[in-house]
Ligand binder design. Structure first.
Ligand code: F6P
Length: 555
């Protein structure tokens, strides 16, 4: 019996718009909508220190949000009414809260210290987590010490991770984030796209004899990854001319040992994980093998400690002082009451340049859902679009729209007190921009202020900043492996909080299936030798014919 047969719909819950706190929030929004952050700050001189929370090295200033104490009280009440406490406990207990796939959701077990017991189907999963971590460490140590030799006897010094989605975005984000701590003698590349250019450019200057491929795929069936892995195998064999070379140049990270073996990778060279780890929640599982090779097993364990400390904070802190709960509730506040459709994440730390891309999968694959757990269509907005770029680059491109556009775009600014690259005044200037942007967004510039600067009347409207644009500021000490762990876990749990309020399943991703299935049919039609009988719509049929004509002309 497959998971699909076993899974059962959840009994209908009270729709969130019918919760008393939701109705109160709706009324309350009417009161808040007319208030300006300028006034909220003017009436409460300590607001900037009061509306803050701090835990595990992250200082969250949420005072520049369009909220009052009453808003926060009501949002916390909403979380309680929606059963957030029980949902958190159920997740940490290993209950199968991913009901459409009949799976537990236990990324928190990946960073549980040994000795902690987390039971799934009668088995404590923590010992297996530590067993894999131990094997990963042994392997990573060998590669880092130059003791993992390729088929010709040369030490491996290029590591290419092949994966996509959660099997790529986490590893590449973490590698970039922790580059400062990485072994600079090693070269790391990441291949994800089925576009052959990705593989070609990632490998064009590499020597196959010194290259190790880490094929990362939870299912080991994903079209992109399998295509790239097969190309990598051909690339290695073309140079080394012996299938025995595969064992020295390929390792796999997967839950599917059978498919790994079929591909030709020795299962001795496979690092496993489990179906209770979602792809987008897997960067701290064996999927992080490339991260561990880059920063060493100690660095990786420091990162896990950061994750775990945030898990514990999330599990135990009262909602009103709980960072993931606060962030999650604020997202719900803007999405459902202000109609915000997007949220910007703006890390002022160059090493976090891939963080917004990573968050896009985490947030949007999790909460881009249109039915509740019991299958009823939602009649409220769920997951907003997450996007962003590292500061200050965004300031010279899209911030104009955040400051003066017609939509409301809540922003998370992420800053650090210290940099790993203290060069002249760079870090002061960078940080000045974090603080200045949040100030400008919140307070803006009134027509009176603009006029007082000598601006002619006709130009005044163009130069006015209405302000009242909300932001969070997250301030951390230094970007370390530990800090990265806390930051990722913060967003993971914030997503869970949102999903709980919206009564959706944040852990499945049925919405990616249709395109995948159709692509298989179309791929066969593109490459068929005989003219295929096309049964698509007229647009798709015409596009396929055009492509086939170009292919004919090419050959
Ligand atoms: O297509 C979506 C998805 O299933 C993601 O959820 C996942 O992270 C990605 O594909 C890759 O899957 P896999 O690790 O099984 O190759």
């Amino acid at each position: 019996m497959g998971a699909m047969d076993r899974a059962r719909p959840a009994p209908p819950a009270t729709p969130v718009p019918e919760r008393p706190a939701w109705a109160r929030l709706r009324e309350h929004h009417g009161e808040i909508a007319t208030q300006h952050l300028r006034d909220l700050f003017a009436h409460d001189p300590h607001r900037g220190e009061r509306l803050t929370a701090e835990a595990v090295g992250i200082y969250l200033d949420y005072s520049k949000n369009r909220v009052t104490d009453e808003t926060m009280r009501l949002l916390v009440r909403l979380a309680e009414e929606c059963g957030l406490r029980d949902r958190i406990d159920a997740m940490f207990r290993g209950e199968k809260i991913n009901i459409t796939e009949d799976r537990a959701v236990l990324h928190v077990a990946l960073r549980a210290p040994s000795g902690r017991r987390i039971v799934v189907d009668g088995i404590d999963v923590v010992p297996a987590v530590h067993e894999v971590l131990g094997r990963m460490a042994e392997f990573a140590d060998q590669v880092r010490a130059g003791l993992w030799h390729g088929y010709t006897g040369k030490p491996v010094r290029n590591i290419v991770n092949i994966g996509i989605g959660g099997s790529d975005l986490g590893p590449v984000m973490a590698y970039e984030a922790l580059r400062h701590y990485s072994d600079r003698r090693l070269t790391f590349r990441f291949v994800s796209n089925v576009d052959g250019t990705d593989f070609a450019e990632a490998t064009r200057d590499l020597d196959p004899a010194e290259t190790l491929f880490v094929v990362s795929s939870k299912t080991f069936t994903t079209l992109e990854t399998m295509t790239n892995a097969a190309t990598a195998r051909d690339w290695v064999l073309a140079a080394l001319k012996d299938r025995a070379a595969i064992a020295r140049h390929f390792v796999a990270v997967s839950t599917n040992a059978e498919a790994v073996e079929q591909f030709g990778i020795d299962v001795m060279n496979m690092f496993g994980f489990w179906d209770w780890v979602g792809g987008r929640y897997s960067m701290d599982s064996a999927i992080g093998l490339s991260t561990m090779i880059a920063v060493g097993s100690r660095g990786f364990r420091e990162m896990l400690a950061g994750f775990h400390d945030m898990d514990e904070h999330f599990r135990t802190a009262p909602f009103g002082a709980n960072l993931p709960v606060l962030l999650g509730l604020l997202t719900v506040w803007y999405t459902d009451f202000f109609g915000a459709q997007t949220q910007a994440v703006l890390p002022y730390e160059q090493y976090l340049k891939r963080f917004p891309a990573y968050l896009q999968q985490l947030t949007m694959e999790s909460n881009g859902k249109h039915v509740t757990l019991s299958g009823a269509a939602v009649d409220y907005a769920t997951g907003p679009v997450f996007w962003g770029e590292p500061g200050t680059n965004g300031q010279h491109s899209f911030y104009q729209l955040i400051h003066q556009g017609t939509g409301l775009i809540p922003c998370d600014f992420i800053g650090f007190l210290h940099t790993r690259n203290p060069l002249g005044a760079h870090h002061d200037l960078l940080t000045a921009n974090v603080f200045a942007q949040t100030e400008a967004l919140a307070f803006g510039k009134t027509p009176e202020q603009v006029r007082a600067e000598g601006t002619p009347d006709w130009l005044v409207p163009h130069r006015v900043f209405e302000g009242n644009r909300p932001s969070n500021t997250l301030l951390l000490d230094t970007l370390t492996p530990y800090a990265l762990g806390t930051l990722v876990a913060l967003y993971e749990h914030s997503v869970f909080v949102q999903g709980t309020i919206w009564d959706i399943n944040s852990f499945d991703q049925w919405g990616v299936e249709l395109g995948k299935v159709l692509a298989k049919t179309v791929a066969a039609e593109l490459s068929a030798t005989a003219e295929p009988e096309l049964r698509h719509d007229s647009s798709t049929n015409a596009l396929i014919r055009r492509y086939r004509a170009a292919a004919r002309a090419r050959s």
